[in-house]
Ligand binder design. Structure first.
Ligand code: KG4
Ligand code: ZN
Length: 341
């Protein structure tokens, strides 16, 4: 059977990425040029800097993705690119590169929602089973998405304030840890010196599938201030462990309750925070106990990459979805279903 070769491009935030994916799961190349080292000195992502670095990297990264795959443009069936959400200036660099490439090589172009990409990172590992529940935890999103079928997305819960990754990054800043905060807090949280500091959990209404992390963030900031005022040293390991446990408890409880209520056949986690060791273990343990299959992508495919965009684009391609060269970067692109099964 003819195989489908997709070149995918992702530039929504601070990674310039390109990948060639066959049939949505065979990764022939996965090139990621991270700006983290550059952005670290600003303590976060500066949009203008991100755009400039994407411009410098994009053609090099695309050429490398093709070269590593051992392909020429003539071998491809389509070009996929992250259409949104993300930083508009950053998105536009990838979109313009994708449009130019598609036009020059007479290829169809497919605009992909960044979070749909994160979800489909799971298909790089194994086929999805429906109905499915996806826990999305990234720097900009914290959501529970119910999927009846491929391309069908129903949001059943989300954050009312900060995203989980955002809370990680802000708490890391309070602890004087480098950007991005997630990996550093994850490491410290596994090395507590004493009891983890006891921080609150935002349970909201009992029946809700929503999240809230701003109260927890404030609790950590207050704790740090109080310590400082009393002239007492703060133990970053114990703060990190307490903060992480609070985040994990709420994410796990909500996801388990939703999975049971919706009688899903599979639960997946996706997005940068799903790289978190504590969260992966907590979800794996909880769903093992419940006997519900749980998957999370390998760590390299949890944070931003282009292979996940290629995986999502393949399902869209099969469903006949195509974008036009009028595509624009949309920083608040809604997550639309392409299949209303
Ligand atoms: O998905 P992603 O790479 O970009 C967005 O779409 O936002 O997620 C980035 C977020 C950052 O907030 C980062 O601190 C967090 O993912 N992150 C982690 C870990 N690795 C990355 N958070 C917790 N534990 C980790 N190991
Ligand atoms: Zn992301």
């Amino acid at each position: 059977m003819k195989r489908t070769y997709i070149l995918a491009i992702e530039t929504s935030c601070d990674e310039t990425a390109a990948s060639v994916v066959v049939d949505g799961h065979d990764i022939l190349s996965n090139v990621v040029a991270s700006q983290i080292e550059n952005q670290r000195r600003f303590g976060g992502v500066v949009p203008e800097v991100a755009s400039r670095l994407h411009v410098e990297q994009i053609t090099v990264v695309i050429d490398e993705a093709l070269e590593q795959a051992g392909l020429t443009p003539a071998d491809l069936d389509a070009v996929a690119v992250t259409e949104g959400p993300g930083l508009v200036g950053a998105l536009l660099i990838g979109i313009h590169a994708a449009k130019a490439f598609a036009f020059a090589n007479e290829l169809p172009i497919i605009g992909v929602h960044h979070i749909v990409g994160h979800i489909y990172a799971n298909q790089l590992v194994q086929p999805m089973q429906f109905p499915l529940l996806a826990l999305i935890v990234s720097g900009g999103h914290t959501e529970l998405i119910y999927m009846k079928e491929h391309g069908s997305f129903e949001k059943i819960g989300g954050t009312r304030d900060d995203a989980a990754g955002e809370a990680y990054d802000k708490v890391a800043r309070v602890l004087g840890l480098p950007y991005p905060g997630g990996p550093a807090i994850d490491r410290l949280a596994h090395e507590p010196t004493a009891e983890p500091v006891d921080f609150p959990r935002a349970w909201l209404e009992k029946e809700s599938y929503d999240f809230s992390f701003s109260g927890l963030k404030s609790a950590v900031i207050n704790y740090a201030h109080n310590r400082k005022q009393k002239g007492e040293a703060l133990v970053p390991e114990d703060v990190a462990a307490g903060f992480q446990q609070s985040v994990i408890d709420v994410l796990t409880e909500r996801t388990v309750r939703a999975a049971e209520a919706y009688h899903v056949k599979q639960v997946i986690a996706a997005g940068g925070v799903s790289a978190n060791r504590g969260l992966r273990t907590s979800l794996e343990t909880a769903f093992n106990e419940k006997g519900i299959p749980f998957t999370v992508p390998p760590i390299a495919y949890c944070t931003d990459n282009a292979a996940m965009i290629g995986a999502a684009a393949y399902e869209m391609y099969r469903a006949g979805i195509r974008s036009t060269l009028a595509m624009n970067g949309n920083p608040s692109l809604p997550m639309r279903s392409w299949n209303d099964a």
